[in-house]
Ligand binder design. Sequence first.
Ligand SMILES: [Fe+2]
Ligand SMILES: [Fe+2]
Length: 153
Amino acid sequence: MSRLKKLRKYVNSELNKMEDADKRISAVAHLYGVSLAATMIARKRGLDPEIASMAAMLHDLHAYKTGSYEDHAHKGAGLAGKILDELKLTDEAETEMICSAIYHHDDKLVTDGPMDEVLKDADVIHHCMNDMSKAIKEKEQARFDKLCAEFGM
Ligand SMILES: [Fe+2]
Ligand SMILES: [Fe+2]
């Protein structure tokens, strides 16, 4: 089994603990949607698609587990570090890259490292394109415009 599949198995089991079925389905759709977008963006930019995808699978897990988005990016990075230490799927540098991306993913108005930016952009793609009839958030508009230009959409 690939390490992405192993991580997804773990994340699935955590998401299955969510009691509200609609919220659970939205959580699954978001994590897998961001994971796919992260894979595409990382591949386009010459970064590791597997690491990008793994970061995406974990990025909002803290919020889903606790039901709160309060400081979820920073707390989520801590949670991701614990999970990755436990599952032993990544080396130290990979764990650090994944945790950094999760730590910074809510800072959509600033530019961080290349892999941090992949996760932010993947998150924005899912927020903006999961339902195109929904208005784009002000703090995501500029990033979405840049992505449309980069991908010729
Ligand atoms: Fe988030
Ligand atoms: Fe997200």
